[in-house]
Design a protein around this ligand. Structure first.
Ligand code: ATP
Length: 369
């Protein structure tokens, strides 16, 4: 058996539409059986990348290998991949079973084999009982299950999923995330999953490729991209962050608002005196009424909003002209009310420090939150 079956390699792949560079010298290697998400803001090139893997688009430069084979010029139906789209695109006049059987019929597969494979595929997504229904008699989640069954029926070694849960409401979406993840681990096939929802990518993926402007900004497992973002863009896109623009010092930075940061694990080495960007995640900030002994890594701020999210309390704090987001576990007994002026402080090991080159990107990203 081909040990590369299910692997994908994109090497220096570029795709242009007129003047727009949709994908820009992109490099990415995906392992057989991996659940990999392409995550990034709208327009960063996720769908274009997926379409090149599916064979709906051809790269202008670079090459693509699927299961070890170069696929330049190979049409979609001859590739070892199948795609599930956000809009299920089921045939409305056909039953669930007929929808799933369609591709096999087109290929002239023998009837009894079609019947067996359709049942098997519908079983995988727990839809066998509804095999006789028409798509309009199904909920959104059920329709998407049928679309997944249809894509799996001829057992591709790679499944491409383009925002497949985007049209579902939140609760159903979360249920389907768990189901898809279980299905993927059970079948052991490669899933390449496009999403702009970072929580979805974090909860499902073995690795995440965070994309920006047509290239991969960082590739890593969920914990690594969260804990060790290699750029301010990733620090702002994956999870949440509070950013301060300022100037690097020999052990951290000074924000333009005077906040002093000591950073014990700077992500980038920023020379003293150079513009820098400091970042602290909301859950790393502690709140206290008492002024800390060392006021480095702390700032006085007024509570302007408190929201309850079940497991966490989220405070919006006003410090001068800026807001600071703070998340505190519900189990923490301390409570503060709107109008109180208190202290926000954070440990030095939780300060990210970046060169300021990406400030504009961070601001652009926050619009997607
Ligand atoms: P979204 O999350 O909004 O779907 P995306 O990350 O999937 O975005 P793409 O759809 O890959 O992004 O688009 C990347 C860039 O290429 C965008 O600037 C888009 O406008 C452009 N683009 C995509 N398809 C075409 C096309 N057929 N013709 C012209 N430009 C295109």
């Amino acid at each position: 058996m081909n040990s590369e079956r299910g692997s994908v390699e994109l090497s220096n792949v570029t795709k242009r539409y007129g003047d727009v560079v949709a994908v820009d010298s992109l490099n990415l290697e995906i392992k057989p059986g991996e659940f990999l998400s392409l995550l990034g803001p709208s327009g960063c090139g996720k769908t274009t990348t997926l379409r090149m893997l599916a064979g709906f688009e051809q790269p202008d430069e670079g090459f693509v290998r699927i299961s070890g084979e170069y696929v330049q010029g190979v049409p979609p139906y001859k590739r070892d991949v199948n795609t599930v789209f956000q809009h299920y695109a089921l045939f409305p006049h056909m039953s669930v079973a007929e929808n799933v059987a369609y591709g096999l019929r087109q290929k002239g597969v023998e009837k009894s084999e079609i019947a067996r494979k359709v049942i098997e595929a519908l079983d995988m997504v727990q839809m066998s009982k509804l095999a006789g229904r028409r798509p309009r008699q199904l909920s959104g989640g059920q329709q998407q299950r049928v679309a997944v069954a249809r894509a799996l029926v001829n057992r591709p070694s790679i499944l491409l999923l383009d925002e497949p849960l985007g049209a579902l409401d939140r609760k159903l979406r979360e249920e389907m995330q768990i189901e898809l993840k279980l299905l993927q681990s059970r079948l052991g096939i490669t899933f390449i999953f496009v999403t702009h929802d970072q929580e979805e990518a974090m909860s499902m993926s073995d690795r995440i490729a965070i994309m920006l402007d047509g290239h991969v900004e960082q590739l890593g497992d969920p914990e690594t991209v969260y804990e060790h973002p290699t750029s301010a863009f990733v620090a702002g896109f994956v999870g949440r962050n509070n950013f301060w623009q300022g100037t690097a010092t020999n052990d951290g930075a000074v924000g333009s608002d005077g906040t002093v940061f000591v950073a014990t694990r700077p992500e980038e080495n920023v020379p003293t005196g150079q513009p820098a960007l400091a970042a602290v995640r909301p859950e790393c900030i502690n709140l206290s009424a008492a002024k800390p002994e060392d006021i480095r890594n702390s700032v006085s701020a007024k509570v302007v909003g408190v929201s309850h999210f079940g497991d966490v309390l989220q405070y919006v704090m006003a410090a001068g002209s800026r807001d600071i987001l703070v998340q505190v576990a519900r189990t923490n007994p301390a409570r503060f009310s709107v109008g109180e002026t208190i202290w926000c402080s954070w440990p030095a090991e939780d300060v990210y420090l970046f060169s300021a080159r990406q400030s504009d990107l961070v601001l652009a990203t926050s619009e997607h939150k």
